[in-house]
Design a binder for this molecule. Sequence first.
Ligand SMILES: NC(=O)c1ccc[n+]([C@@H]2O[C@H](COP(=O)([O-])OP(=O)(O)OC[C@H]3O[C@@H](n4cnc5c(N)ncnc54)[C@H](OP(=O)(O)O)[C@@H]3O)[C@@H](O)[C@H]2O)c1
Length: 325
Amino acid sequence: MAEGRFTNPVVASLAGIRDFFARQELESRFSERDRADGLNILITGANSGLGFALAVEMASRGGRVIMAGRSKIPEAGERVKKLSGSQSVEMRYLDLSRIETIHQLVDSLVKDGIKLDICILNAAVALPGSRKTASGQDEMFLVNYLSSVILTQGLIAKSVLPLRDQGEPSKLIFISSDSHQGATYIDYEEFGRYFEYGVSKGISNYSYFKLVSNTYATELSRRINKGSVQLGINVICPGPVHSNIVKEAPWLLRMTLKGIFWIIFKSPAKAARPVVYMALSDDYRGTTNQYLHMFNPKKMDPKVYDEAEGKKLWERSIELIGTLA
Ligand SMILES: NC(=O)c1ccc[n+]([C@@H]2O[C@H](COP(=O)([O-])OP(=O)(O)OC[C@H]3O[C@@H](n4cnc5c(N)ncnc54)[C@H](OP(=O)(O)O)[C@@H]3O)[C@@H](O)[C@H]2O)c1
């Protein structure tokens, strides 16, 4: 059975506390000179938490921000405009648990002739158990993994996220979690199959799907960037964020975690800093297959780089998507 690194959320939060105090190697390289002027930036799950903070920061730095999400439309966009002082902010509907809305988003971007310079796959859920989507998958599997495949394949196939063999490549950033380290190998018995489970596996799946997602990001880069970098595909863990990620946890657990988050976790604005650095700094221009754990460059779990595993995941994902079309 697939397992993530943690089955206990309090233990996972304690790991977050350790991260909170970790040295931040590249932080001093991040500055106000890292600008987004003239760049088209898509952020998923931008109505809340880290995604919202990213939208504010990118708009403040001159970017044209497209906030994709399923709720708080248009209020979240209006708040981003107010906080950033920029009018170059819009919201588009996207519910990653409903596949048709992913295609609709891509088509709307095509229709408006938008070419993305930066795409940040930020949205994710942490659910207390299994939940079946309309298309028949488990919601966490679809939202936290398969939707990223459907969205990236659509954006790339329709050149909304262009592959560039000349000039500066666009950037695709996967928001991940360092908790992917230590998750088990990808379990193809479970892959895409709906079955019922409870809180403990729900928590474990969160870090497990980050492993799956990171493996896909690495394989995508391997396939696209054969000779030169045509699309920079990088992964980042923002570290512990005081956000709404535990909003669906059982009441007592939610209160406990919220307490820990409140006391020790970073504000979304602070957690957004290394992501903005990765997206805008010259240090990450033309790079691919890089991983940052907050401001610390490091390797992902060794399983993520296994080529046979990447190929298998790719093939199984595309095959599964074919059955859903
Ligand atoms: N919090 C942490 O300590 C931490 C640590 C490491 C990594 N991360 C990662 O950071 C990212 C952002 O999480 P966060 O902490 O900022 O949590 P958050 O405040 O709950 O934000 C998650 C975002 O994803 C959106 N989302 C969830 N399901 C969706 C769906 N079906 N369709 C479209 N959007 C959907 C949410 O929208 P709604 O508001 O409509 O639900 C929300 O905007 C996630 O990838 C998370 O795994 C978080």
